[in-house]
Design a protein around this ligand. Sequence first.
Ligand code: T1G
Length: 703
Amino acid sequence: MSDLIHYRLDDGLALIGLDRAPVNALDQSMRAAISEACERAAADSRVQAIILYGVHGLFSAGADITELGTDISLAEPDLPSTLVRLTEIHKPLVAAIGQLALGGGLELALACGYRIAEPGTRIGLSEIHLGLLPGAGGTQRLPRLIGAESALNLILSGEQIGAERARILGILDRIASGADQLLDEARAYAYELISCSAPARPAEVWPEPAEGLPDDFITRYRAEHESRWKSRLAPRLVVSALESACLLPLEEGLARELALFKQAEASRQSKALRHVFFAEREAACIPGIESDLPLRKIEKVAVIGAGTMGGGIAMSFASAGIPVVLLELSGAALDHGLMQIRKNYEASVKRRTLTAQQLEQRMELLFGTLDYGDLSDADLVIEAVVEKMEIKQQVFRSLDEVCKPGVILATNTSSLDVDAIAAAVSRPQDVIGLHFFSPANVMRLLEVVRGCATAPEVVATTMKIAKRIGKLPVLSGVCFGFIGNRMLEPYAREAHRLVLEGATPTQVDGVLTGLDLNMGVFSMLDLAGIDVSFLIRDSNRTATAHDDSYCRLGDELYAMGRYGQKSGRGFYLYEGRNRQEDGEVVALSERLAADLNVSRRSISDQEIHDRCLFMLINEGIQLLDEGIALRASDIDLVWINGYGFPAHLGGPMHYAEHLGLDKILSGIQHHRRALGEYGEIWFRPASLLERLVAAGRNRIERL
Ligand code: T1G
């Protein structure tokens, strides 16, 4: 018997324990081990019932993602066939589910006749997050257990649900009284089944999964949800698989599911999403910082500034159960900030994602003050005041006076020089940048900006606390704009310049959202505030001194008081959330073009795509070469989680590799020639891009 399985015969029961750290991933060896153990139990006349469980608690996190996209993924014994065989065993199989059953792990449990779980168990079919659909019976067995509509919603959401909800839906038969009692209560359940001569598998609860649903349920479901799926393939394949479950006998439905799964697994989108899965885990690995480096304790946090950013940051910690002292300059500002935080939580209560009791628990963790002295025992202080260097330096000088030794002093600046801020205090080794994205209580991305003096354990501690508050930390070096906003600059520059040259904001944004970006440049700037981007641009005028043509449109709109959504007019006109083109902006663009001697012409969508995306990619490659970003996949994570770049394209770097680095370089060289003086100034290929192409490489990494 494989050491991946603990096999024990115990008074008529075969106890089969899965033991493959860390998550009992169902790779080829584990599939073979499970198959062998179940066959052994099925053939043993002393065995009257079989229990499957996780030796270390966790049941299984599904197929081994490292196998997906390779020929081992469906190597024998493949998971679909293994699970069909389990359903043919003429003895009750009980899945004793501890902690987690995801993807193929839940499909394994569904192939058992009976399921019992510990109270804290989370279960789900998470394949959709990898651009897949359940490929081992999930789309066929689940609808026969809980009905087609519930199954469709659960599979498309990819969400993890708790034990009680799973029991109510009908996925679980029982919930054990506790994690420690799970196996004993699973054994008792098995003896009950034996004593009442229960069948190996109970009758299907939903033999007709679509029973009670309109005949056109699937057609209407597609029509209702299609637009939200954008160009994503997996949701469409899921619906097709559920349609098969409603129309076909199980065996034919399973065959249809497998065909659809293979199509999804081979898709570019799934490859991109698998890249993102591993990128998120690799982002935590920082060369030179060992995973066992002692960390500083963070038990109390202080936030300076109770505005939109400061309030959102304070919420992030309070929601994780960490006490927060929130400091403001005036009582009115402090009261407003705390009131806004309560309002944000109340909105969650209204959405039923938070209980009223949890709201109060979180508010009790928030303590407002006007006195710096109340920050003296904080372990981490995060400054979130206005984006002006002199003000931030003053705040840090005050913190230097009152805070205890060993405190971590963080700035939430979105682009200013963290080293210049650190230079204002006597302990620069304790200073770091924590760039939260707005709204800070919602956005996962956190750019952790390491200064030249930042101590290693300060980096390691902040990377860890970021995960604890549910953020995705990505390490950045110090430069203007760090990773995300540094890349936003050339990307937005091309968008602005294209509008001067004859495109409209609607056309430019249409090309970008056509690529499935959540927002185009102009709608994003209108949301963030044209006044905000003006202040950032104004703090960095030297960078555009040689040609600020593309800045003029934003500067003019700012001067006109057109700040975007907040003022009802920006690049677009707004009536509530309804956005429409504004002829005045087109006229302004024409006037500026004349002033700047920029000739106007009709511009193709392809040119818009290439100029915006190639310059975004070029800047990312430059950041990698400068060592600001550790790896290309970190850059992908920043743009997926901070700027709405589609995860099913894998991020801008992964997308670049798909397009071909040689194509990108030649595109940049083409526009450099075609755009005259402007092209000469701005379309400079990153040296690393040229070196990679010259070396015949298509993978973006430092050479
Ligand atoms: N395969 C391989 N490795 C996995 C894995 C998996 N399914 N899940 C986790 N790991 C690794 C992960 O890379 C990391 O490795 C370590 O485990 C800890 O993970 C047929 C085809 C389970 C909730 O989508 O959601 O089944 O970095 O850091 O925060 O229909 O991992 O330590 O070397 O994330 O506690 C469906 C994906 C697969 C589950 C744990 N299953 N995993 O989170 O730890 S497709 C999933 C997760 C499928 C079937 C189809 C999370 C987690 P390392 P971690 P965590």
